[in-house]
Design a binder for this molecule. Structure first.
Ligand SMILES: Cc1ncc(C[n+]2csc(CCOP(=O)(O)OP(=O)(O)O)c2C)c(N)n1
Length: 574
């Protein structure tokens, strides 16, 4: 091909990429995570030239990059794009796409692909990328190689904007755009030189983008079902941001019902007038205590809850009504008891219920308060002024977390212990966790993205296996607001000690607990993170409160004994 012709087709690649990136910005995307690779060169150059409106992050591991993007989208409340090259790079986005799908986080995965003539020919790095993520995406589109035969501004621009609209809701989640590019991928240096990008108009705000998702129309029979409650109970799962949280606070104040609030709901901070039950997980493990606590009507707001025992109580109870308030139309009904489902913006929907004139029975509320008080006393007695262990460290962490920080909880013990302890947190502290698929993958990357999205320092509470799983993501902490990684190192998977399989002797130790015999000092050094190993609660609290936590990322390691953790857990639950 002659140079001019090849430059022409390379320029066309770049133009299509520019239309795509500009459309992302116009649709409200403000952050793009780039994963290096050649096939995506045009997309990367276009994004690089659009930094007047688009912040870029770069990470070489597509798995971590996509988890980072997910944390970023969660923390900022905005859709985030990820650009990858072709081949297994695209496949590496899958774990985070799965989590984003279940957690309704808007991601736009943009993969570069080889041209159609190389498909299914065993050409290098050419894999079938079409629909590769599709069981977990809201939409997929396969762009042809750039051509002069269509109106590219209209075709590429409107397709990308449609993709962002599908990602942001009403059923928010990930979308996948696949762009085929033929070589030469980018124009020659001379052809590239004079290109400047014109300024774009102001992009719509996230609020405008989400305006397409109004509150649910709450039908009169749903309101009547709630109004008829004698023993009403509110369950609050994970909520997204202060707007949802404030609306739910107003709702539960108006109802006056007992509230079972998940640790990621943001509701654990409120005072006594809200009737937040501090220890629902521990309380509901004890079947004997439950009979006086069975509700007749449940109003469930938001995403999943960590405690499976909450569902245990509900599954076991004949309810007059089980009303779900959720932001998306997907089935979210593990106990298959939902009688009314209200789909729409949570904050708006809550208002309809807040206006009901419902009186909570004093004896009903007192029964919950008394049961919770008994459990709190038991927790106090078991943990006492305990020595250093996973529970006492968790409690100290939550009690002494500076209000300037947020909290990210890893699967599996950290999020469970935090949920179980019920330590009230200041309303300014946002708590997040990956509870869609509850993986131990990508936790460091998600926490880094969350800190970036929130633009606040963060504490990540994580176990040793989850940290090992995502060790390379520690490099992301270099460019994010300070993140303090608190790793509870019990030399293996502590959660498995709580399962019947723990009695399987050597098979258990080798194949489930899977001890590694490592500490993280050298990893901290490699990623230039300040490191401290602490062996007392006082030392831990002092390490957490050091002023350096406001300015630099670091790693605090606490070595514990998982068998001891299991026995404390048994003492707490018996
Ligand atoms: C990607 C993925 N692989 C495996 C699991 C199963 N799993 C759940 S918890 C866990 C062990 C976690 O160990 P660690 O991070 O040390 O935390 P601990 O249980 O000790 O608190 C494993 C392997 C999972 N949830 N996700």
């Amino acid at each position: 091909m002659k140079t001019t012709e090849s430059n022409h087709s390379a320029l066309r690649n770049l133009q299509w990429a520019e239309h795509a990136i500009d459309a992302l910005v116009l649709a409200g995307v403000r952050h793009c995570v780039i994963c290096p690779g050649a096939r995506s060169s045009a997309l990367v150059l276009a994004a690089y030239a659009r930094q007047d409106a688009l912040t870029l992050s770069v990470h070489y591991d597509e798995r971590g990059a996509t988890f980072f993007a997910m944390g970023l989208a969660t923390g900022s409340g905005r859709p985030v794009a990820v650009v990858t090259t072709s081949g297994s790079a695209v496949a590496n986005t899958l774990p985070a796409v799965v989590e984003a799908s279940l957690s309704h986080v808007p991601l736009i995965i943009i993969s570069a692909d080889r041209p159609p003539e190389l498909r299914d020919t065993s050409a290098n790095q050419a894999i079938d990328q079409t629909q590769i993520l599709s069981p977990h995406t809201r939409w997929f589109f396969d762009f042809p190689c750039p051509t002069d035969d269509v109106n590219a501004v209209r075709f590429v621009g409107s397709t990308v904007q449609h993709a962002v609209a599908r990602a942001t809701g009403p059923d928010a989640g990930p979308v996948h755009l696949n762009f085929m590019f033929r070589e030469p991928l980018v124009p020659s240096a001379e052809a590239l030189e004079p290109r400047t990008r014109p300024a774009l108009g102001p992009p719509p705000t996230a609020a405008e983008a989400l305006a397409a998702c109004p509150g649910a129309v709450v039908l009169p029979n749903t309101l009547a079902a709630v109004a008829a409650a004698r023993r009403g109970l509110v369950v609050v799962g994970a909520l997204k941001g202060d707007v949802e949280r404030d609306a739910v606070v107003s709702l539960v104040k108006a109802l006056g019902w007992p509230v079972l609030a998940d640790v990621a709901s943001g509701m654990t901070c409120e005072g006594a007038e809200l009737r937040v039950v501090r220890h629902p997980d521990l309380l509901l493990r004890n079947a004997a205590s439950c009979d006086t606590l069975r509700p007749d009507v449940v109003l469930y707001v938001g995403g999943p809850v960590v405690s499976k025992h909450v569902f245990g109580l509900l599954a076991d109870t004949a309810l007059d009504a089980f009303v779900r308030i959720q932001s998306h139309p997907r089935r979210s009904d593990p106990t298959q008891q939902a009688t009314h489902v209200c789909v729409g913006a949570i904050a708006e929907t809550c208002k309809s219920f807040s206006e009901l004139n419902v009186k909570a029975s004093a004896s009903w509320c007192a029964a919950w308060a008394e049961a919770d008080r008994v459990v709190a006393a038991h927790v106090g007695a078991v943990l006492g002024t305990a020595e250093l262990n996973e529970f006492s460290v968790g409690r100290a962490l939550m009690q002494s977390l500076p209000v300037s920080h947020d909290l990210f909880l890893s699967n599996s013990m950290p999020v469970r212990i935090a949920d179980m302890l019920g330590v009230p947190l200041d309303a300014r502290i946002h708590v997040a966790a990956n509870r869609g698929a509850s993986g131990i993958d990508g936790i460091v990357a998600t926490a880094a993205g969350f800190a970036h999205g929130r633009q606040r320092p963060n504490v990540l509470w994580i176990g040793d296996q989850a940290l090992l799983h995502d060790l390379n993501s520690l490099i992301l902490l270099r460019d994010t607001p300070p993140t303090t990684v608190v790793v509870i190192n019990n030399n293996g998977g502590g959660i498995f000690e709580l399962l019947p399989i723990a009695h399987a002797g050597d098979a258990f130790e080798r194949c489930f607990a899977a001890p590694h015999g490592r500490t993280f000092e050298h990893a901290a050094k490699m990623f230039e993170l300040g490191y401290e190993q602490v062996d007392s609660l006082e030392a831990f609290t002092a390490a957490l409160k050091k002023p350096i936590r406001e300015t630099e990322s670091g790693l605090i390691e606490v070595c514990t004994d998982r068998k001891e953790t299991a026995s404390i857990m048994r003492a707490l639950t018996e």
